[in-house]
Structure formats: structure tokens, C-alpha cells
Write a protein that binds this ligand. Structure first.
Ligand SMILES: [Zn+2]
Length: 291
């Protein structure tokens, strides 16, 4: 097979894998806040009829059933196909980013793809659950820290040296540093303002960012990007609603993390490793979020 055909095969596999994982993510988004396992077979939440495998095909089943249960006709949330499509899109973008020539088609790059897509997949769940329930699940934050550190150890053992090859020590240090920083902000806000400025869910999410992206530039850039985004959206929402608004911090952070994983190398190629600017952004954010 010629090189371009191999790349198309790899990208097609990434899309299919992303769709299947997206199906699991959508059910996790619904089930984790209810304390139910994502691993038991799917059934209709209204009439409890178990789903056939052919009613469980990502996106297509939802379209064919026109968003309704086959037995009781109750609506099935559009969250399912949307999360499946988003997951497939991210799996494809990470693949396209990491595997740019047939020479990149090796075990090390496949493992790096799995780790980076896994990070983005967990961000989908963290952000969506945060929007719907104002909590960030442990499953997609603090429990993911060993996955990030262990994943980087595997990449190191495989000799991976591409984008985000930070090594397990940097990953462990990143988790400690960013988890520690956010914990410090959270405690400071509690002590000084006597109210919660930064929730524990955000602290655990920051630790997870460190475990996948390292201390800096990775963790710092992702958190600064997410904070900037959160501040802009937060200020706009505050102005529009005259301050009567609550915005979860998980979704903008998740967007910052995703932007860094997919385009971080481009950002640095254009802007140089200007960490002074990024530190400033992080400081601005910490003042705004605790004030
Ligand atoms: Zn039903």
C-alpha cells in the first residue's frame, strides 16, 4: 500500500475508534453523576428496555430512530450523537496531528495518540458534567493522574520523541505543581474571602492537566489559555446578566487543554516560548477568579 493510503487507513481507524469511545463517554456523562456504572449494557431510561446492538451504533442509530426509543417512543437526548461526533472529530484531529507521514506509523506514535486522545476524551466528560451538574467527576480528574503519569512512562519506554513527549517525571511533577497551585488558590480564597473561589473539582482537574501536559510550557499554557477564555466569557456573561450568573470553570479549562494538545506546537512556533506572557495571563486569571 502506498503511504497516503496507509495514512487514510490510520485516520479512518481513529474516527471509528472515536465514535465507539464517544458512545461510552456519552453514557458516562449521564451515568457518573447518578452513581451508575458505564460498563453495564444500555437500556432506555424511561421504559428500561435493553438496547439491541443495532440500536447502539454511534450516531447512525440515533438518526435512524429519529431520537426516540424503539419501544416507548420517549426522546433520546441529542447529547449522545453530539458527544460521539465530537469524540470522533478529536480522535481524528489528534491522529492527523501526530501521524503526518507513513514513517510515523509505529507503536510509539499509536500509544501517544491513545494517551492524547484519552486526555481529550476525559475532558469531554469533565466539561459536560460540570455544565450539567456543576461538579467535575473524580473519574475524569484525580483518578486520571496515574493514567497520565503511567502513560508517559510507557511512551518513554517505547522511545517516543514526538509532540508532548515529556516523560513520567515531568508528568508527576506537573500533577503535583498544578494541583498544588490550585489548592493554594482555593485555600487562599477560603481564608481571605471566606467563600469558595475555586472548587475542589477544579483543583483535581488542574492536577490531571499536569499529569498529561507537564509543568511548563504544557500545563501552564493550557491553564492560561483556558483561564483567558474563561475570563472573557465570564466578563461577557457578567455584563449581560448584571452579575447574576455562575459559570463553571471546567469547560474553559477543558477548551484550553484541547487547544494546547492539538495546536500547542503551532502556538509556540508563532509566538516563541514566551513564558513571561503566559505567566502574566495565569496571574491575571488567579486574581480575577479569587476576587
Ligand atoms: Zn423506552
Amino acid at each position: 500500500m502506498s503511504g497516503s493510503v496507509l495514512l487514510i487507513v490510520a485516520q479512518s481507524f481513529a474516527v471509528l475508534y472515536g465514535l465507539v469511545v464517544g458512545s461510552f463517554l456519552a453514557s458516562s456523562i449521564v451515568r457518573i453523576p447518578e452513581g451508575r456504572s458505564s460498563l453495564v449494557p444500555s437500556s432506555c431510561p424511561r421504559c428500561a428496555t435493553p438496547l439491541h446492538w443495532h440500536d447502539n451504533v454511534p450516531v447512525l442509530s440515533w438518526l435512524r430512530l429519529r431520537g426516540r426509543c424503539r419501544s416507548c417512543e420517549s426522546p433520546i437526548s441529542a447529547l449522545y450523537p453530539l458527544v460521539e461526533l465530537l469524540s470522533a472529530l478529536l480522535a481524528w484531529l489528534v491522529c492527523r496531528h501526530l501521524v503526518q507521514s507513513p514513517a510515523d506509523l509505529d507503536l510509539a506514535h499509536a500509544a501517544a495518540w491513545a494517551l492524547q486522545f484519552g486526555f481529550l476524551a476525559m475532558l469531554i466528560v469533565a466539561a459536560t458534567v460540570d455544565i450539567r451538574h456543576r461538579i467535575i467527576p473524580d473519574e475524569t480528574s484525580i483518578y486520571a493522574v496515574p493514567v497520565g503519569v503511567g502513560g508517559h512512562a510507557v511512551l518513554e519506554a517505547l522511545g517516543y520523541d514526538g509532540w508532548l513527549s515529556i516523560g513520567w517525571r515531568e508528568a508527576a511533577l506537573g500533577a503535583a505543581m498544578w494541583g498544588g497551585c490550585f489548592a493554594f488558590f482555593s485555600w487562599s480564597a477560603l481564608l481571605l474571602l471566606r467563600r469558595e473561589g475555586l472548587g475542589w473539582g477544579d483543583v483535581k482537574l488542574a492536577a490531571m492537566f499536569g499529569a498529561f501536559l507537564g509543568t511548563m510550557p504544557g500545563g501552564l499554557a493550557a491553564i492560561a489559555l483556558g483561564s483567558l477564555f474563561g475570563v472573557v466569557v465570564g466578563l461577557a456573561a457578567t455584563v449581560i446578566t448584571w452579575g447574576r450568573t455562575y459559570l463553571p470553570f471546567g469547560p474553559p479549562l477543558a477548551i484550553g487543554g484541547a487547544l494546547y494538545v492539538l495546536y500547542g506546537d503551532l502556538i509556540f512556533a508563532f509566538g516563541g516560548e514566551d513564558q513571561g506572557l503566559l505567566s502574566l495571563l495565569a496571574l491575571v486569571w488567579s486574581l480575577l477568579s479569587s476576587g
